[in-house]
Write a protein that binds this ligand. Structure first.
Ligand SMILES: Cc1cc2nc3c(=O)[nH]c(=O)nc-3n(C[C@H](O)[C@H](O)[C@H](O)COP(=O)(O)O)c2cc1C
Length: 463
């Protein structure tokens, strides 16, 4: 009997293996719990009370629909609802069908298109009606009446929910105007009461947690493309009036409204990074057919004098920030003023000491439109920009567009993507954005590109 208790090396090994196995199991359980909690936090399971449950879904390109969804979800939580907040990219039909009620905040982008994060939804869920008998839904569609297909993605989702048997209502917000937003707040309060929640407390004035607005002064303005056949392109430097530089990340935007159209803010990509201690924008003076200039670009490029101040609102552009892609090789593709959004990423990467970035830039002529050429060549020469390709559409001999460069360099592009690269596209939608998308589909396959878009490895800021 006593032999059973003798510690042989074999028994010691078994005991050690057992202890290690148990530790691994505990660690595994703890990790799974942490991951699940993190996933829940990300998914936005905001409260775990026992009130009525509601699903809040958003599809956003530049972050506005997401901000409204977050504010709405917070309010519903305060009214006692069990709220789950989800990006449409994570939504499954099975999840939706579990909920008796849902709220949708959906913006429209491009020419009546769904935001990039809704691509999987459009391909996989939208074609078949969900099973939503006895489901109540409210859609808030964000759009701009200046576009031909006003709020079309929100309206398409409304039709889809109705086809699935849901009782659905839809409201549209035009250009995020204050009146429509106020109506939405009232609607949320009414819905909360109808759906069995407690009364909404007086909503705070900063219900939407508006992004930081600050006074800036125009410090410098220089023309980037003298002699160009295209519209004049300016680089504008702004300094904060308070002297305190706000924080932003590469890829972010600023909103500003010209005095003549104070209710119509425009978004511009920020071309600089915080450590440069100035906020730079690249603005093309747009001319109408009758020769008059655009309200915002005319004001910024011609009327605003050096030293004049204006209000800039910094906008987090989650869909175009680097995020986890900061750790990946980057392929940056763009044309014209689209260089602004790409430039900020290149600067951020140079600052971080990463040089595995490839810029494919397109403009008209190498003589007049080679904007930032000195700086780009310098980075390239010093190995901070691994590869630089320019495409000149009005070159006397070698006319080509950025999508032609992608085709010519197809094998290289495939190898960068195989290495894990992320692709960022910034610039005009028509011509460039569409042409690049088609070229990438052909080179990488539509499925791979869609997968990359869902993983946020294919990010676009096209307008
Ligand atoms: C490049 C671009 C394209 C747009 N296309 C449309 C459109 O086709 N139809 C529409 O109603 N609104 C359109 N809009 C307006 C947006 O839907 C509106 O600004 C919305 O508030 C953006 O919300 P988000 O930040 O959640 O993406 C467009 C805006 C941009 C910047």
């Amino acid at each position: 009997m006593s032999l059973d208790w003798v510690l042989t090396p074999q028994r010691l090994a078994w005991a050690a293996a057992l202890i290690l196995g148990y530790a691994a199991l505990c660690w595994g359980i703890a990790r799974a719990t942490r991951r699940r909690n993190a996933a829940l936090a990300q998914e936005g399971a905001l409260s775990a009370g026992d009130g009525p449950s509601v699903l809040v879904v958003f599809a956003s390109q530049t972050g506005q629909a997401e901000s409204i969804a977050r504010a709405t979800a917070r309010t519903l939580t305060q009214c006692g609802f069990r709220v789950s907040l989800q990006s449409i990219s994570q939504l499954s039909a099975a999840t939706l069908e579990q909920y008796p009620r849902s709220l949708w905040m959906l913006s429209t982008t491009g020419e009546g298109d769904a935001p990039d994060q809704a691509l999987g939804f459009v391909r996989q869920l939208l074609p078949a009606a969900p099973g939503l008998q006895a489901h109540q839904a409210q859609v808030l569609a964000l759009g701009d009446r200046e576009y031909q297909q006003f709020c079309s993605f929100g309206l398409a989702v409304q039709d889809w929910l109705a086809a699935g048997g849901a009782q659905v209502q839809c409201s549209c917000i035009d250009n995020l105007n204050a009146g429509d937003l106020k109506l939405w707040q009232q609607q949320v309060a009414e819905l909360a009461a109808q759906w069995g929640g407690s009364a909404v407390q007086a909503l705070p004035r900063d219900w939407l947690q508006p992004p930081v607005s600050q006074q800036f002064r125009l410090q410098n303005r220089s023309m980037l493309n003298p002699g160009s056949e295209g519209g004049p392109l300016y680089l504008l430097d702004f300094l904060p009036v308070s002297g305190v530089m706000p924080q932003w990340q590469s890829g972010d935007l600023v909103s500003l409204a010209p005095p003549a159209q104070a209710d119509k803010p425009r978004d511009y990509s920020i071309a600089s990074i915080v450590s440069e201690q100035r906020l730079q924008l690249m603005v093309r003076l747009s001319a109408r057919a009758d020769g008059s200039v655009g309200a915002a670009s005319g004001w910024l490029c011609q009327n605003l004098a050096l030293g004049d101040s204006l209000e800039l609102t910094l906008r987090e552009h989650a869909a175009f920030r680097l995020g986890e892609n900061a750790e990946r090789p980057l392929i940056l593709i763009g044309n014209g003023s689209g260089l602004a959004g790409l430039l900020s990423h290149i600067k951020a990467r140079v600052e971080a000491g990463r040089c595995d970035q490839w810029l494919v830039f397109g403009e008209r002529s190498p003589e007049h439109d080679a904007i930032f050429n000195g700086q780009l060549q310098q980075w390239h020469k010093h190995g901070q920009l691994e590869r630089l390709d320019c495409a000149w559409s009005r070159h006397p001999v070698q006319r080509r567009y950025v999508q032609d460069v992608l085709r010519e360099q197809g094998a290289l592009l495939q190898s960068w993507v195989a290495r894990g690269a992320a692709i960022y596209v910034c610039g005009s939608l028509k011509g460039m954005g569409q042409g690049v998308h088609e070229a990438l589909e052909r080179l990488l396959g539509a499925e791979t590109l869609q997968h990359m878009q869902l993983q946020r490895r294919y990010c676009r800021d096209v307008y």
